[in-house]
Write a protein that binds this ligand. Sequence first.
Ligand SMILES: Cc1cc2nc3c(=O)[nH]c(=O)nc-3n(C[C@H](O)[C@H](O)[C@H](O)COP(=O)(O)OP(=O)(O)OC[C@H]3O[C@@H](n4cnc5c(N)ncnc54)[C@H](O)[C@@H]3O)c2cc1C
Length: 360
Amino acid sequence: MISLKENFQKAHIVIIGSGIIGKFNALELSELGFQVTIIDPTQLQNSSNAALGLLMGNMYQKRKGRSWDLRKQSIELWPQWITFLQKFNCELNIEKPLIQLTTNEQKFKKLEKFIHENNDLNLQILEKNSIIIDNINKAFQTKNIKGIISFKDGRINAISLLETIDKYLKNKNINFVNEEIIKIRKSNDQWFSTTKNNRDIKSDIIILCNSLKAVDLIDNINHNIKLKPVLGQAIEVFINEAEIDLLTLPKQFNINGKNIIRITKNKLIIGSTDEYSTKPEDNIFEKITDFLDKKPNWLIKGQMTKKWFGVRSRPEGEPSPIMKNLGDGLIICTGFYKNGILLAPACSKWVSNEIKNYLS
Ligand SMILES: Cc1cc2nc3c(=O)[nH]c(=O)nc-3n(C[C@H](O)[C@H](O)[C@H](O)COP(=O)(O)OP(=O)(O)OC[C@H]3O[C@@H](n4cnc5c(N)ncnc54)[C@H](O)[C@@H]3O)c2cc1C
């Protein structure tokens, strides 16, 4: 009897776009035995390389609906994938826990209500007199920071993750085409992806993982998918050690909407992902460090040693992400304006199930 895996080996799948979503789909599908080709002209200049890699799944305050289902599935799938990927990079890991902080009393009340309603041992309110809160208040020279801790959430280094998946894909001899796709069409049961250099790449299935540009490749009169660009920015800050010991802070936390990652005893990354313009700000240091009523001195004096940004795609008129089977072997997986790293395992699973159904 021919196994499902042997049957799959005959199908050739083209993935357009090699951000985390394209690469994770390639990983999942090649593990299932499919022949995969990834196409992307500029694989290092995407929003995935800009991501801070926070996995905010379990502390998501809405515990129903599709978004929660995807988060929940990803939280379960991530540890298995990490164990698998550690064969290619033994240092790849999820740093836990994740802490969410606020100075806004109303927001804290909502967090408290969420924790009390959910009775989840992996989520706790940080007591006012706990060492964590005490250290954070001391570091930020304030008295009113409060928050919660999630032992199931954490952070994965996005660059290291992408490099590890690359190692896996290379090891599997996955075909990588360094070109831009300008058109796709179906003819005689085969898909053709046409590159800018007028080369046609044949496949049985196409998965569109090319973020904002996905809509340019489909017949959008029928599908009516709208995406808008959303900027995300981050900076690395060097802090004078004499002023504060950053090692007293948690490794990763969110405070009043800004994500902070402690890199070393004198380096932090601060990221902001809720900007709705598309142009990076000139005064980014001022803006991104402005998350408390009063900035601590060490932060005012901090030196910005790096800055970067990424442009993501946000669906208009429907929830994020867009995961649709457009029929005939064409699948779209885009619109990850937030949480693309977190959701990659659950979304890739959804795609592979669609493909299995299509082929069976
Ligand atoms: C500053 C910042 C911080 C973030 N922090 C987090 C975080 O902490 N946690 C988290 O989960 N998420 C985070 N995100 C969000 C996350 O980065 C995105 O959700 C994710 O990267 C989306 O991945 P993607 O593969 O859909 O898109 P992208 O990474 O943008 O990849 C799309 C790819 O498609 C390619 N492409 C486009 N058009 C074509 C074409 N015609 N032919 C071939 N290829 C094409 C592009 O070159 C690109 O490589 C952050 C984002 C930013 C910017």
